[in-house]
Ligand binder design. Structure first.
Ligand SMILES: [Mn+2]
Length: 313
């Protein structure tokens, strides 16, 4: 039996929906880029094949899965280290350009030999949002949406509806979303999903509240602290990045003992190593670094990041 473990965001959900064929579905605990011992325990005897999709899972988790002789295929577009024995379908680690493979959905869709379709493009818009407009990829997207009479704003709206499920922490609805989207639904069916619309309203109120509180500025770096039980740190970081060269966002409210920490900037992938060297679970790509940091080490780590970003300017 096979299992799809996928990222909880729109790209992860769309990628999983493209691959979905009655598989069992799983996401790590939302916010975790690793598998807990319990999660590994559940997987090890039940499945013989695992697809890991749009998820830069920590190498320790991958190595543990490998100990159980599971066949693992990773579909991704994050910069990750390869683990021996795992099959990677990831053009980015082979040196391909991120504007050619802007999402996991794009990687999966090409692998499957599908024609261009709504899910493949929604994954892209999910990961890039408006920044996709400035890439070479946009020509392709533009052609597709014009032909299918979809506005770019509607693409953004669909993405935020799909993302609403993880943001409110509804793991069950994330699975439903994969199955729902895998049926080849159209624009209207996505835009009219009642449950997702409700989620989205809850989140928007919370985001508005957080963005209205002022952050701290150090040179061209904005530091924003928040205390929120929803997993909306990446949205907050992206929004703030629109108006700042670099942003560091810390959420004290999501985990009991750890902080969520996000950095966004033009080239921040080197910070992934900085975090890992300090023993944190961390991941990301060119423009983003996310880490889970013990609360009592967070202040120190921010100082280190400020130093390193300062040195890069
Ligand atoms: Mn992605």
């Amino acid at each position: 039996m096979s299992l799809i473990i996928h990222h909880w965001d729109a790209d992860g959900i769309c990628s999983a929906a493209l691959l979905y064929n009655g598989h069992e579905l799983m996401t790590p605990k939302i916010g975790n880029y690793f598998l807990t011992d319990d999660e590994i325990e559940k997987i090890k005897d039940k499945f013989d094949e695992i697809y890991i999709v749009d998820l830069a899972l920590h190498t320790d988790s991958l190595k543990k899965l490998m100990e159980y002789k599971l066949k693992i295929k990773v579909f991704d577009h994050h910069l990750v280290e390869k683990v021996e024995g795992i099959e990677y379908i990831n053009p980015i680690i082979e040196g391909e350009d991120e504007e050619k493979y802007p999402s996991a959905s794009w990687v999966v869709n090409e692998y499957l030999g599908n024609k261009e379709n709504l899910l493949a493009f929604l994954g892209v818009v999910g990961d890039w949002e408006r920044r996709i407009l400035k890439t070479r990829f946009y020509e392709k997207l533009k052609k597709f949406i014009e032909k299918n009479r979809i506005k770019f704003e509607e693409m953004l709206e669909m993405v935020s509806l799909i993302d609403s499920n993880y943001k409110v922490g509804d793991v069950n609805e994330i699975k439903n979303a994969v199955r729902f989207l895998s049926r080849g639904v159209n624009k209207e069916e996505i835009l009219e999903n009642r449950k997702w619309i409700e989620n989205k309203m809850k989140i928007e109120n919370e985001i508005e509240k957080i963005l209205s509180e002022e952050g701290k500025k150090v040179g061209n770096i904005l530091i924003k602290e928040m205390d929120c039980k929803y997993n909306i740190i990446s949205t907050i970081a992206r929004k703030l990045w629109e108006k700042n060269d670099y942003v560091i966002v810390v959420n004290w409210g999501y985990f009991d003992n750890d902080c969520q920490l996000y950095v966004r900037g033009n080239n921040v992938s080197f910070l992934i190593d900085t975090a890992k060297k300090r023993g944190y679970i961390a991941g990301g790509k060119k423009n983003v670094m996310g880490a889970i940091v013990p609360k009592d080490e967070c202040e120190d780590f921010i100082k280190i990041i400020l130093n390193e970003l300062g040195g890069k300017k």
